[in-house]
Write a protein that binds this ligand. Structure first.
Ligand SMILES: CC(C)(COP(=O)(O)OP(=O)(O)OC[C@H]1O[C@@H](n2cnc3c(N)ncnc32)[C@H](O)[C@@H]1OP(=O)(O)O)[C@@H](O)C(=O)NCCC(=O)NCCS
Length: 240
């Protein structure tokens, strides 16, 4: 069952620990996204959900934003951060949204691989359409890309299995639900930090300038002049 986060504060503490585990620390250090996040919370509280079982156990969570999109690839936001920025600035400009952007979803670790994400996506997609947002898109973070950090995202998104479904399990879940791949988002999020910060976020040391593969990275980290820069690639999908 889908419930709005604002209506269920009793899950907040549990959710903050259970869902944070699903993400690498560095993903929380996107400086541009941080500029918009507080306003996002104020403007779009109705687009933040918990998903609970019939026994009201917390299983999953997700959140998104609403924005205006003309349905073309050219008009897509650049990725996660740009979608957040566009949603916030459009809201402030009074532009009516027609599109729900599913920004993030997480299923608790002991519940993964049982189709919970599919149930969550279906519920939130139906909710968006009922609320008048007839288009549903997502800049998704392909989970298996961590094993192929050197592969270009445009190539990775075309990889399929023998049955024709995407090789990536998270992309596969969306496609099984009727989503289609729209475009790569090669610069969905940019995360910059000092070498010391990156060492803390990754548990690695970076003794020289250069290019490094990092735990849970979808691409490599570039280290130069005392700074590390990581540009996260995602994949835009559209739900039917
Ligand atoms: C990605 C995520 C939301 C999927 O949720 P889920 O409920 O496990 O999804 P499903 O049960 O539909 O499984 C989807 C596919 O992933 C596979 N899968 C699920 N958990 C897995 C795991 N821990 N390791 C490897 N594959 C896994 C499933 O086998 C399934 O593949 P299939 O097509 O062969 O059946 C969940 O793994 C998660 O919360 N991850 C951490 C946060 C994250 O990365 N979110 C996505 C980016 S927005």
């Amino acid at each position: 069952m889908l419930i709005q986060v604002a209506d269920a504060p009793e899950y907040d503490e549990e959710a903050s620990t259970v869902f944070a585990e699903g993400w690498p620390e560095f993903i929380f250090h996107d400086a541009v996204a941080k500029q918009y996040n507080e306003r996002r919370g104020q403007y779009f509280p109705e687009w933040e959900f918990y998903y609970v079982s019939a026994e009201r156990r917390l299983l999953a969570g997700c959140w998104g934003v609403a924005l205006a999109w003309d349905g073309s690839v050219d008009d897509l936001p650049g990725g996660y951060t740009d979608a957040l920025a566009r949603a916030v600035t459009s809201y402030e400009a009074g532009i009516s949204p027609n599109t729900f952007v599913l920004m993030a979803a997480a299923v608790r670790a002991d519940q993964q691989g049982q189709g919970t994400a599919a149930a969550l996506i279906t519920a939130v997609r139906d909710h968006a359409v009922t609320a008048g947002l007839s288009q549903v898109i997502a800049p998704l973070r392909p989970t298996l890309k961590t094993r192929y950090p050197l592969t270009d995202i445009a190539t990775y998104q075309t990889w399929t299995r023998a049955d024709g479904l995407p090789l990536d399990p998270w992309l596969r879940t969306h496609v099984r639900l009727g989503a289609s791949v729209l475009a790569p988002a090669p610069a969905s999020q940019t995360i910059t930090g000092t070498v010391a910060e990156w060492e803390e976020w990754t548990g690695m040391v970076f003794p020289s300038p250069g290019t490094y593969t990092i735990p849970a990275g979808l691409t490599t980290l570039s280290v130069a002049d005392g700074l590390g820069t990581y540009v996260e690639p995602n994949i835009w999908v559209r739900h039917a």
